[in-house]
Design a protein around this ligand. Structure first.
Ligand code: NAP
Length: 314
């Protein structure tokens, strides 16, 4: 089978497309014939060596966390899935491996693919949508009647976060570039601001959540925009965000949280149900064949993608 690997940290040029044996699913794992996989900034950050301790010392390393495809074989103990069934999910392990013809994935990190979507669209959902769901619903307790600010609303996470906030019943105030304002409005945002003209700190109101998807704000800078029990959620694990998360850990009032996405079947099922109800639809910015994975990496690290970048396999 074809698989994407690299032997050292560096730019997109370190990425190689190689042949490797098809993996055997271990106990509790599902062998997935991958038809599509999606990129995330994490792929480029890990490849560049930003998470060396977590990624471990061994090379070659594989790539890719988001995948969609069909069940090719079941490991011992797997129940509730059948060979040939369409599935989608996110690999939690730092060993990755979604950018390959086949991937062995724990059953707990997969769910039945959303009905009515192609493989590319299904692959575009997991990591980014799980991040938005866990940030908004679980950390910020967003629900019906909440008001939510989403900063970075036009990227992979943002385009899904806007729709997820609406599905949770919230009013959405979105910040994005002027070029993507129409897209973000079409996804359901109630107010759209150009972050180059309106600094996030200059917004008004008191909101249940400030979801800093892009990650260049900080808790104290936007605290005045939070309601009495509002939450600032960041995606970036830098020292300031970790400190604010810890300092407000026990706060019953305003707080800062750092989202760290977890692959969970029940959450994938929630997202698939919203897709089936017409409440969630991925935005695909670009599609590449697996052989052009270097170009896809160059694009994701440009931080200008409106929606998701997808790799299409056979
Ligand atoms: N902690 C976690 O578990 C977790 C999970 C997922 C993602 N993340 C992190 O979350 C961040 C966003 O991920 P993503 O997948 O959404 O990335 P992405 O798709 O690469 O984001 C691209 C978007 O960023 C926007 N952008 C660029 N400069 C901006 C600025 N100065 N202010 C506001 N927006 C700006 C662009 O909007 P315009 O073109 O409209 O300007 C573009 O739409 C990344 O840092 C990623 O590593 C963390």
């Amino acid at each position: 089978m074809k698989v994407v690997e690299y032997d050292r940290y560096g730019g997109p040029e370190v990425i190689e497309l190689r042949e490797a044996p098809v993996p055997q699913p271990a106990r509790g794992e599902v062998l997935v014939r991958v038809h599509a996989a999606a990129l995330n900034p994490k792929d480029a950050l890990v490849r560049a060596g930003k998470f060396k301790r977590l990624a471990g010392p061994d090379f070659p390393k594989r790539m890719g966390y988001d995948l969609a495809g069909e069940v090719a074989a079941l490991g011992e103990g797997v129940r509730g899935l059948v060979v040939g069934q369409a599935v989608y999910g996110m690999i939690q392990s730092w060993t990755a491996g979604a950018f390959a013809d086949y991937a062995a994935v724990p059953q707990s990190e997969l769910a039945a693919a959303p009905k009515g979507l192609g493989h590319a669209e299904a692959a575009a959902i997991p990591l980014a949508a799980l991040t938005a769901l866990q940030a908004l619903r679980d950390l910020a307790r967003v629900g019906p009647g909440s008001s939510v600010v989403i900063h970075g609303a036009s990227g992979g996470v943002g385009t899904l976060a806007v729709q997820i906030a609406k599905a949770l019943g919230a009013r959405v105030i979105a910040l994005c570039g002027a070029d993507s304002a129409a897209l973000v409005r079409s996804l359901g945002a109630d107010e759209v601001h150009d972050y180059r003209r309106t600094a996030p700190t200059q917004l008004s109101g008191h909101h249940q959540a400030f979801f800093d998807v892009f990650g260049n704000q900080y808790y104290r800078g936007v605290k005045h925009l939070l309601s009495a029990r509002g939450t600032y959620v960041s995606t970036v694990p830098n020292a300031r965000n970790i400190r604010d998360h810890l300092l407000t850990w026990l706060s019953l009032r305003r707080k800062a949280r750092l989202v760290v996405v977890r692959s969970k079947r029940v959450d994938l099922e929630t997202l698939a149900a919203w897709v089936a109800e017409g409440r969630l639809k991925p935005v695909i910015a670009a599609r590449f064949p697996l052989a052009e994975v270097r170009q896809a990496h160059a694009m994701i690290q440009g931080k200008k993608t409106h929606g998701k970048i997808v790799l299409e396999l056979g």
